[in-house]
Design a binder for this molecule. Structure first.
Ligand code: PXL
Length: 244
């Protein structure tokens, strides 16, 4: 039950690799973390990004794989098309089951990527992923469709290149899940808060952890929606002890 996050570092700990590791720990799986990029930020302000070279990201992945059996990974901030291509190569090489959080911009508005990543995600990574977890604006970028209603979200979900959940934080709390073409919508109460930094990272990390604990994909998604909801309600999702 060893999982891996391939993502950026948010030094304030709410998002990125640090948040993923806390989530893995809370749900009870051992987490490893590959750093694609450093950032300087806090939940309210994004200062800058320092990317790691694809060669050194590859060396990090190989060094962990050299001694750990990893089946499930999640990807977060991948920064550039070159890094996306590298990660997709490693997914194939190690036969990894990848949950892809198609991170493009931070909740705080910071630019987490060098350029538009939708094309590279669609070309290299999503066709190999077991799930992707876009929010509404990421789903719009991946599909070139506008999403304003539940019906729009369902249409977009059918145009994404792998199983997906389009999260509902910007759509009245309606989450749209598409597993093998079968659509399920789950409406959650929206909580008024400004404490949402890293919720997307935490959702995809939780799904990865629940999958590693032998839950099926739909169960893992439902448990993770609940985990993030409870975390938002308590204002401490990074340290929440999971209901397993
Ligand atoms: O939530 C998107 C995200 C992903 N990865 C890193 C981030 C953020 C948002 O701030 O900092 C490293």
């Amino acid at each position: 039950m060893i999982v891996m996050s391939i993502a950026g570092v948010d030094p304030s700990g709410g998002a990125g690799v640090f948040a993923d590791l806390k989530t893995f720990q809370a749900i009870g799986v051992y987490g490893t973390g590959i750093v694609t990029s450093l950032t300087a930020q806090n939940p309210y302000k994004f200062f800058s990004t320092l990317p790691i070279t694809p060669e050194y990201i590859e060396e990090q992945i190989d060094s962990v794989m050299d001694s750990y059996e990893v089946e499930f990974i999640k990807t977060g901030m991948l920064y550039s098309p070159e890094i996306i291509e590298l990660v997709s190569k490693k997914v194939k090489e190690y036969n990894l089951k990848a949950i892809v959080d198609p991170v493009m911009v931070a909740t705080s508005g910071g630019n987490l990527t060098k350029e538009d990543l939708a094309e590279a995600l669609n070309k290299y990574l999503l066709p190999q992923a077991i799930l992707t977890t876009p929010n509404v604006s990421e789903a719009e970028k991946l599909t070139c469709l506008d999403i304003n209603t539940k019906e729009d979200a369902i249409k977009a979900s059918k145009n994404i290149k792998c199983n997906n959940i389009i999260t509902g934080g910007h759509l009245d709390g309606i989450n749209t899940i598409n597993i093998n073409g079968e659509i399920t919508t789950i409406k959650q109460e929206l909580i008024k808060t400004n404490n949402l930094h890293g919720t997307g990272c935490t959702l995809s990390a939780a799904i990865t952890a629940y999958l590693a604990k032998d839950n099926d994909l739909k169960t893992s998604i439902i448990k993770s929606l609940d985990y993030v909801y409870e975390g938002i309600k308590n204002g401490n999702y990074g340290t929440l002890i999971a209901k397993i």
